[in-house]
Ligand binder design. Structure first.
Ligand SMILES: CSCCC(=O)C(=O)COP(=O)(O)O
Ligand code: ZN
Length: 206
């Protein structure tokens, strides 16, 4: 077992802890957000739909195949399972995916007119894939929200391989990933910090 593909028990523990972390930061209000890990046999461990992510138990983590089908038909995986599976399918090195609904990602994505938020000059942007200087611009793509997750996944699909910091669904929330849960959490914390900074800057300019 490698760190980025733990067995189901370890993955479930990882997901429960990540849910508590996201909840402590205020990024998964009510039943918002979903969390997943890749397993060594290629299955995906993901949160059940409708659970509060701060109060998950290991039984709230279930398995789906890469097409998003639950192995036990009695289990209802996250409504956004297809967005997780898409990332694992397109990015073989990814071991963990996080989705949250922070205030900063929700508000900024609703007021930004262009199809991306550009992050520049921040030291913290070095947490993202392939970034080694603040003297660069990291784009965070914005996609219109859609209750049809399969259609939303088709919209996102051509861009997934070229997103150093993840992406945002407008008025909804962020998707971030990493080779393991530690990396995914670091990227999410980095992105949320920078979105909070951008929101503060825009308030000061208003
Ligand atoms: C109350 S949040 C609406 C659903 C959502 O956007 C979300 O992230 C949680 O959905 P899930 O099916 O994964 O619980
Ligand atoms: Zn959501």
């Amino acid at each position: 077992m490698s760190e980025n593909t733990p067995d189901l028990d370890a993955a479930a523990r990882d997901i429960v802890r990540a849910g508590q972390r996201l909840d402590a930061r205020g990024w998964v209000p009510a039943t918002a957000g979903n969390i997943s890990r890749r397993l060594p046999d290629g299955r995906i461990a993901i949160t059940r739909s409708g659970c509060h992510k701060g109060f998950l138990s290991e039984q709230d983590v279930i398995t789906v195949d890469l097409a998003g089908q639950p192995h036990d038909p009695a289990n209802r995986p996250s409504a956004e399972t297809l967005l997780h599976c898409q990332i694992y399918r397109l990015l073989p090195d990814v071991g963990a995916v996080l989705h949250g609904h922070s205030v900063a990602s929700t508000v900024l994505s609703m007021i930004e007119a262009s199809p991306r938020i550009l992050l520049s000059d921040y030291e913290v942007q070095k947490v993202f894939a392939g970034q080694d200087t603040h003297e660069a611009t990291v784009p965070v793509p914005l996609f219109p929200n859609d209750q049809d997750i399969a259609r939303l996944a088709r919209e996102v699909e051509p861009h997934v391989a070229d997103m150093p910091a993840g992406y945002i669904i407008r008025g909804h929330g962020v998707y971030v990933w990493g080779r393991d849960m530690g990396m995914a959490l670091a990227r999410l914390e980095g992105l949320e910090f920078l979105l909070a900074c951008e929101l503060e800057k825009r308030k000061l300019k208003a």
